[in-house]
Design a protein around this ligand. Structure first.
Ligand code: SF4
Length: 399
């Protein structure tokens, strides 16, 4: 079952990240209520949002050149349903992730709400500030080589977003999509100003809507700022160090290496894992050997943090556009380890209500790769008990 994409939706999700999909001639994604393909995906993804069997949300590459050679094809049947075919054989019925009505609405200042925030799976992602400074450096940019953020802003994303713009957009997503979680993301800004920029947005969203809030920024030099964030109601922080191998880290992320260094990322993860409900250490698999990604996962979980494992995607226009995507078979042990390491340490995964993520395989989705799921029976039972408790606490604004 582990090896069969028609019976293992997580393997299908992974293989689609790596091989992309072709859209059959009859597909009418936007006319059928699906989301248009936006490049605004935190610099990592840019594809078609669908819901796989098992309720797994995903974002499948379609515009990158490798997708044109994919053995996968999306077929629209005569009844308007969609089915994924592999080498001409139907392997999975899928649903288009519905396009929110509010994508077409504007805020009071005239901004298109889809330019203020976008649904990634079932949560709202907002990149509220200007483009990451690494993209603007002269004479040479020092952006991360896989990143597309500097290509995105201004096309699918509004440059300046006010607190009022964000509140209106969050409100629309709460009403229509019943979102429970908002994720704020920034790049690097000289002078470590990213938390100063985010704090008014965080306070306003927490006050107005009581949602779970996540923050993804570089690691601030003053770690006590994270205690302040926790007091403000931030539930999750995420630090993207991307690469575990130090030489590869310096090569792939020259700006991060110069400004912070890998050790500052690790120090922040360790510090924050003692403060927040969830602290994530984020890596990109497929740009270093799988053993290195597994070492990173083992370190992240050893300090009580949860790994986020992105799959490298050679996005159009990026420095790594020319590289091949990774091979799914080589990444299966990484994703298996992601799940098993979390379960071995009893970390809280999969308990937040209505948080489905399209751009990465969630740690709990890694269960589809484990050979012996019953091994973690007790931890899974504990997670099942915690889910309604967590949902009730969120409703009562206690998280
Ligand atoms: S820090 Fe790197 S990954 Fe993040 S926005 Fe800047 S260039 Fe992109």
């Amino acid at each position: 079952m582990i090896d069969d994409v028609s019976r293992n939706p997580a393997l299908l999700k992974l293989d689609l990240y790596c091989r992309g999909i072709r859209l059959g001639g009859g597909c009418r994604v936007t006319q059928d209520g699906g989301r248009e393909i936006m490049r605004t995906r935190a610099g990592l993804g840019s594809g078609l949002e669908v819901i796989l069997p098992g309720g797994l949300y995903t974002n499948i590459p379609v515009t990158e050149s490798f997708a044109a050679d994919s053995p996968y094809e999306l077929i629209r049947d005569s009844g308007g349903g969609y089915v994924i075919h592999l080498d001409g054989r139907a392997v999975a019925p899928v649903r288009l992730a519905p396009r929110p009505e509010w994508y077409g609405q504007r805020t009071a200042t005239g901004k298109k709400m889809s330019m203020v925030g976008s649904l990634q799976g079932t949560y709202l992602a907002i990149y509220p500030a200007r483009v990451c400074d690494y993209w603007l450096e002269k004479p040479a940019k020092t952006n991360c080589k896989f990143c597309s953020v500097g290509l995105n802003l201004g096309c699918d994303d509004a440059d300046e977003k006010s607190v009022a713009d964000v509140l209106e957009t969050v409100g629309a997503a709460v009403r229509e999509n019943r979102i429970t979680y908002v994720d704020f993301n920034t790049g690097h800004y000289a002078g470590d100003t990213y938390l100063d920029l985010l704090e008014p947005f965080i306070r306003a969203v927490k006050r107005e809507y009581g949602l779970m809030i996540g923050v993804q920024t570089p690691p601030h030099h003053d770690l006590s700022r994270y205690k302040e964030l926790r007091k403000m109601g931030v539930n999750r922080v995420s630090f993207c160090f991307e690469i575990w191998d130090r030489a590869r880290f310096a090569e792939i992320c020259p700006g991060k290496n110069r400004e912070y260094g890998l050790d500052r990322y690790l120090e922040a993860i360790e510090y924050c894992s003692r403060i927040f409900n969830t602290t994530n250490g984020e890596i990109v698999a497929g740009l270093e050997p799988p053993e290195k990604s597994i070492e990173a996962i083992d370190w992240i979980t050893s300090v009580g943090a949860v790994p986020t494992v992105c799959v490298f995607r050679p996005l159009i226009g990026t420095d790594y556009e020319h590289l091949p995507p990774p091979n799914a078979g080589e990444l299966v042990p990484v994703l298996r380890r992601m799940y098993e390491a979390c379960m071995e340490r009893g970390l809280m995964i999969g308990v937040a209500p209505n948080v489905k993520v399209s751009l990465v395989l969630l740690p709990e989705e890694g269960r589809y790769f484990t050979d012996n799921p019953s091994r973690f029976f007790l931890t899974r039972a504990r997670h099942a008990l915690l889910r309604p408790v967590f949902a009730a606490a969120l409703k009562a604004r206690l998280v």
